[in-house]
Design a binder for this molecule. Sequence first.
Ligand code: SUG
Length: 440
Amino acid sequence: MSLAAEVNFDGLIGPSHNYGGLSDGNLASATNAGDVSNPREAALQGLEKMRLLVRAGLVQGVLPPLPRPNFDLLVSAGFGGSDAQIIEAAAQASPRLLKAAYSASNMWTANAATVSPSADTGDGRLHLTVANLSTMLHRSLEHPDTTAALISIFTGDEHFAVHPALPMHADFSDEGAANHVRLCAEHGATGIELFVYGRDAGESAAGFPARQTRLAAEAVARSHGLDAAHTVFLRQSKRAIDAGAFHNDVVCVGALETLFFHEAAFEDAPATLEALRRASEGLFAFKPVMVSEADVPLGDAIRSYLFNSQLLQFPDEDRLVLLAPSEVQDTESTRRYCEALTAGNGPIGRVEFVDVRQSMRNGGGPACLRLRVVMTEDELEACRPGVLMDEERIDELQAVIRRTYRDRLSPSDLADPAFADECRMAREELLRVLELEELA
Ligand code: SUG
């Protein structure tokens, strides 16, 4: 087994962060649609969360914002002329399309890709499959630029395999690591990989969309060369999806041997536990922490995003730390649950709260904002150094954001062609700090 660290690659929140109301089935996105956002505060909040992990001694990475607006979408929809003419015409004819083209949704990097560390894969390389995000129009635009960013960052095919997105068809709907959990004894040891899907290919059902198919999950597991004995496919419960858990990570998070989840997260909770116990046999002692409906009603779990927390091993603590959104403190049942959780002697020893309210109002908690990549020392060495954070680089990024981002943005502001230049210039400055100029 090689020494390995879990690196959290957070999405650096882009200058066009806005409340577009674009995600059917995501209650926060619907509730806050049309509100004025604060992109500057959003990005600063995200970077403060990263600073907290850096200070705790963890390895923290960043994925850059994508170019916005996405002119390819607008041109495909028949708008032409100069950039300014395209924006003005789209604002007139189809404001919703313009919002999609401007969405800063790649901040939620848990949806960027599914990642299998080299300890689990057939060829001993680190595999990343970019998510096609085919269910929501605004998110389906992300994958080509995300692929380019990941190829730049995870350099060279000696250590890394970056797979392009699966076919853009409903049968292959894939939302990446938000529906994937890896459990293990230690990050560098062989683990088990849990893929959660909401429907089978070809299946359709009334209610909120199920954004992940079993076929997509199986395709990813196959191309990563995972060992079938340590790979588990489980169905997300329809009840959770219809209550607003549009990704499994809204009701479940796992780290090392621990799976922390709501009893309504999976279609069949006892079978889930049994499958995970079986897959982990001989590797580690599986530690489930299942939260009952009586302790935390599903609605409260989804409103507070209790499970959309980061579950972290801090270097100087024996038990895991749950890095939860501050909304968990504002909800009576989840606040009380956290008090009882840490008073007990289970695997989670402490809860820390973090303010990511700007992102939360679009349905993105701490866990949505990060893509976990377990990396060996050689892999870390091969990765682009500019995307790995220390406090100085965080300060530099924050200085660019303070200088270039707006502190008020309403969806109608997107009609101003000058805003496109602002976004481009801000992104270019950020890419310079991250030493990723080739993506500009
Ligand atoms: O895909 N929200 C995102 C939130 C993604 C959260 N990610 C995870 N659970 N891992 C989504 O629904 C809202 C955008 C808007 O309405 O403007 C949005 O895309």
